[in-house]
Design a protein around this ligand. Sequence first.
Ligand SMILES: NC(=O)c1ccc[n+]([C@@H]2O[C@H](COP(=O)([O-])OP(=O)(O)OC[C@H]3O[C@@H](n4cnc5c(N)ncnc54)[C@H](OP(=O)(O)O)[C@@H]3O)[C@@H](O)[C@H]2O)c1
Length: 254
Amino acid sequence: MKVLLIGATGNVGLRLVASLLTHGHKVVAHVRSAQKLESLLPESVYRQLSVIEGSAFDANAIKIAILENECDAVVNSAGLAAVTPWGKSDLPQIVAAIVEGARQAGVERKKPLRAWFLGGMSATQFPGTNSLLSDHIPILLDHGRNLALLKALPPNTLDWSMLCPSNMNPESSDFSVPTKSSHARLTASAQTPPLWKDSWLRHIPLMGKVLVIAMNMSRYGTTLEQNADFIANDLETLESPYIGTQVGIIDASK
Ligand SMILES: NC(=O)c1ccc[n+]([C@@H]2O[C@H](COP(=O)([O-])OP(=O)(O)OC[C@H]3O[C@@H](n4cnc5c(N)ncnc54)[C@H](OP(=O)(O)O)[C@@H]3O)[C@@H](O)[C@H]2O)c1
């Protein structure tokens, strides 16, 4: 598949470059600075990319990048969610522009684009309820707002998914291709965190769900490389089970 990768210079973005190439995809990297990307990647990897410099706020430029490069999919790892409710972040503006650019490109090529967005665990649903984890612990609210934007899209306009990891740590800073990882492939589920541990604590008034979230949270740490591999692997087919939903993930081998 040919993938427009926005935010290739970030922690997730650099691993996505390596994983997408390892899975046989062609990568068009959309970055603010090509020079920065070149300085971060091995020369042999950088040479395999098409690189576009531009603003992730520019929906029209994103549409043109998709159409001129004949991309089948868009992956966004640009922007970083604000942690606190009063924090400021470019992420909602970036996601809104990419959604609009990808949607318009889908209209022009008469086929919706496949798209992956990076969210966070806060945007998964508390199992057995319709509420998001961030409805109970109000942090990283940008991800929930971006999810609402995606869910409000009319059907057949964008084949989107939102990956919702908890904390991600690096395995290495070696971005050579093919990637080498000793970690297991992630286990995923639509909407909720997989393998959630329920507890009677849930029934405690007001604080019950907060306690169950806090009890579970530490089990969901993964690596940046595992998440990049998950997206790159999913894009091997257009028949993903995760279209139109947020996706919870866990390293079940831990
Ligand atoms: N890291 C984690 O543990 C973690 C956990 C859960 C979810 N997430 C989510 O995963 C996503 C990626 O995280 P990350 O750790 O890879 O972030 P990061 O390392 O800070 O990378 C952010 C990327 O966004 C780009 N960017 C920032 N503002 C931009 C703008 N206005 N226009 C264009 N590009 C812009 C940066 O480009 P420059 O290089 O040009 O600055 C960089 O490529 C975020 O949405 C984050 O909230 C992260």
